[in-house]
Design a protein around this ligand. Structure first.
Ligand code: GDP
Length: 194
């Protein structure tokens, strides 16, 4: 897909702030530092459009980006940076759910996990939220440039196994450094928003 325009639209702090024009939305989720901003900027071909929060784990805004005046990229708050109190975690889950649940325009969630590690309990909780909300979800393994060739298949297999996917399920390798996976990810997104 050719990105003709990509602009930041708004940061939502309440459901009333979510766009109402019904354009398709693709949401991006992952723990803080997983490479979500890097992936968004690589997809959009814009440096610095999506920014990592200054205070990791603290930002709870949901950020909307308009792409080609046709659909939205939705940057959901990163999770799992520090040990957070239970009440705060609950609040975060409720906030995520307020967006995910019955969100008609949401046609795809891209869930980022670090290719070097097994998905965390919080990655799993996020995937459970997506499953409960019945959102089609694609798993993307970030920072694959950091893996040795010999580590690649075992690590991808470990990701599938940890989250209970079939052994041939798609986990898309991605790197913001080599740009591996950009084209493939766009292909999948284009199918969903088209
Ligand atoms: P976010 O918190 O999920 O938005 O993560 P960022 O995109 O800000 O990335 C966190 C850190 O990981 C930064 O230091 C990035 O330079 C680095 N990073 C992100 N993506 C990649 C990648 O594909 N390869 C490598 N080697 N580093 C990456």
């Amino acid at each position: 897909m050719k990105v003709q325009s990509a602009t930041f639209v708004k940061s939502a702090l309440r459901p009333e702030d979510f766009p109402r024009d019904g354009r398709p939305e693709v949401a991006f989720v992952g723990r803080s530092n997983v490479g979500k901003s890097t992936l968004l900027n690589a997809l959009l071909g814009r440096k610095g459009l999506a920014k990592t929060s200054g205070t990791p784990g603290k930002t709870r805004t949901i950020n909307f980006f308009d792409v080609n005046n046709a659909f939205y990229f939705v940057d959901l708050p990163g999770y799992g940076y520090a040990k957070v109190p239970k009440a705060m975690k609950l609040e975060w889950q409720q906030w995520m759910t307020s967006y995910l649940k019955d969100r008609g325009p949401l046609c795809l969630a891209v869930s980022l996990v670090d290719a070097r590690h097994a998905p965390s309990a919080q990655d799993q909780e996020m995937l459970d939220l997506l499953e409960d909300a019945e959102v089609p979800t694609l798993i993307v393994a970030t920072k694959v440039d950091k893996l040795k060739r010999s580590e690649r298949q075992p690590n991808l297999a470990r990701i599938r196994k940890t989250i209970g996917l079939e052994s041939d399920a798609l986990v898309l390798p991605f790197s913001g450094v080599s740009k591996e996976g950009v084209r493939e990810l766009w292909q999948i997104i284009a199918e969903q928003v088209g």
